[in-house]
Design a protein around this ligand. Sequence first.
Ligand code: ADP
Ligand code: ZN
Length: 713
Amino acid sequence: MMYPQPGMRVLVPLGSKQMTGIVLKEHADPLPTRVRLRDVLVVLDSAPVVSALQLQLWQWMSQYYMCTLGEVLAAALPAGIIDDDYKAKTEQYVCLAPIYTYVRAREELVRAPKQLAVLEAYQALRPSGGMIERRLLIEQSGQSTAILRALEERGILESSEQTVSRIGRYSGEVHPAFPLSEAQAKAAEQIKEEWQKREVVLLHGVTSSGKTEVYIHLIEQALEKQQSVLYLVPEIALTTQLTDRLHQVFGNRLVVYHSRLSNAERVEVYHSLMKDDEPKVVIGVRSAVFLPMKSTGLIIVDEEHESSYKQQEPAPRYHARSVAVMSGHWLGAKVLLGTATPSVESYYNARTGKYGLVELTTRYAGIALPKIRLVDLQQQYHRKEMYGHFADPLVEKIREVLAQGRQVILFQNRRGYAPMLQCNECGHPPRCVQCDVPLTLHKQANELRCHWCGYSRPLMRICPDCGGELKVKGFGTERLEDEVAGLFPEARVLRMDLDTTRNKNAYQDIINRFSRHECDILIGTQMVTKGLHFDDVALVAVLNADQLLNQSDFRAYERAYQMLSQVAGRAGRKGQQGEVYIQTSDPKHPVLRNVIENDYEGLYRSQVEEREMFRFPPFHRLIDIIVKHKNYAAAVRAAVLLHQRLKQAFGERVSGVVVPSVARVQNTHIRMLHLRIENGANVVEAKRVLGEQIAYVQSKEKSVVILSDVDPQ
Ligand code: ADP
Ligand code: ZN
């Protein structure tokens, strides 16, 4: 048997079962006497499937994010590697038998015209012989499997089974990268200079400044040095617009790792990266930080402000940006964070000298930033100049744009028809049976749905509490679609939200159709804000900015600014200055002023001041502690007990027991505690103490679940 080394898989007995595990390290010290050891049954690998650096990263993650190593492993390795249910994909091939020449084979087939047709098809595809996929030959010759089999029986064709890769190969053309504009070239130079001094650089470049081209330029230089590149993007930004562009420059050196890959495809990507020494460009979503890349020289985190980089459920509740920065440090790789709207944390790091900062302030090809106009909803309602949720000036503007044959994007960050129904008499909305949230009306499906657990029930019109009449409150994308159909009956409309993009290719499909101008108006949730380029969009409208601003979260203003600036950035790509209309009942709101003036700096200053005053990141680290129980009293009891214990250890650093805005999900009751740890304090020790107290409460309160969320988003 192979001697087990760290990173190899081994089969071990666990109780009466056998399980696959990964060797972490060899125990050098004398073994503790009371531990009962059992033998490894089989060493499954002849070489490690996990590198030493990966193991180091996992250990750091389990400590930093307060979870088990097993939880990190489950997130890090494609399922097929541990379960070993991976099967290589095979394909049937045929080729001309070596003893035959085309001439001889033809002679034999003069009286068998169908078989001859197959032979001719084969010759056309493989003029000098060689293997071809069986099904391809059948397809090309137009003959049946039986005819092909007859040729095999004659011994003219020989068949065989071959292992083939599931990873699609790019067969398009490869072109040199575009030359950088003067501003882009300067930014690239500054980035490289900053890297001389610091490991991480933040590229703050306005929307459409061509950050992708700057990345491409830096990627090329890494490849020339035989270094690989990891390029992280938020889930939704991984469109064919982006991968097509990268394929054009990097051809088959580009590896795409997205969430729609099957387990088997993930295993193949994983193994190919482990084996192959050629430098690669791997573009992928959050979980790509776990891939076993070799000689990584550069890690790019695009749209670094995106909250989808944070994994919420299940553990590890990691932030891919933090993991990228950490692994960059260990790999000796440079890290580039890019965005038009930096997170307050990253910008703070850049301003205080921890990260380098490079600014790209002009859009590519001199396109002007869009002109943003606020529409005062209160005034419009007062004057009765509203058509449904559209104010008069917006309706006029949309008409004008449509008349010019250009396109419109309408942004409303709520899906469904209406976020809730409300009783005319008692004011209660119908709620989910298992969560404490109002149900959302979905009119096309004629249902009420819970956006938290997926529960749905047929639409009702009478209040279940008092028998009053239920009225529609608020509006989502579906209702907007109805109103648009009424206001602009001639316009072609597409809707993009979670409900219309459930099918595998639906998201890409909508984008393609809108890019080809097969529709005039695109209605969407935040999905439409993500780094897409549409050449004909003259107008972007935000139907209600107040919803974004009136959130209780400490990041609400930062998020509102990001979302509004990003969606505004979709207007006026080529040729003409775009326009943005934002409807609001609070036109004097400081965040809206920041958005109009493209004043990120102003937004940042106000946020930093508040965060320092109220003890939020980047001045304090936050850990949310979530207490869950099926039984209401037990949930409260556990939370109160944990609070008492933590109060002793942490004093003012721990909040009281918080009732979250959604305090029951799927019949589980939830309470929370927030822990704030000031910068400079010993975080490792704090986490150890916290872990100890959680374990204590768990030992006292049966079947309570207590989770820690480090750096919650
Ligand atoms: P963003 O900064 O928003 O990520 P992109 O990198 O997507 O901007 O660039 C915006 C548009 O400008 C894209 O269509 C891109 O192809 C084009 N572009 C940017 N830089 C160049 C360049 N140097 N040469 C040619 N086209 C460019
Ligand atoms: Zn529910």
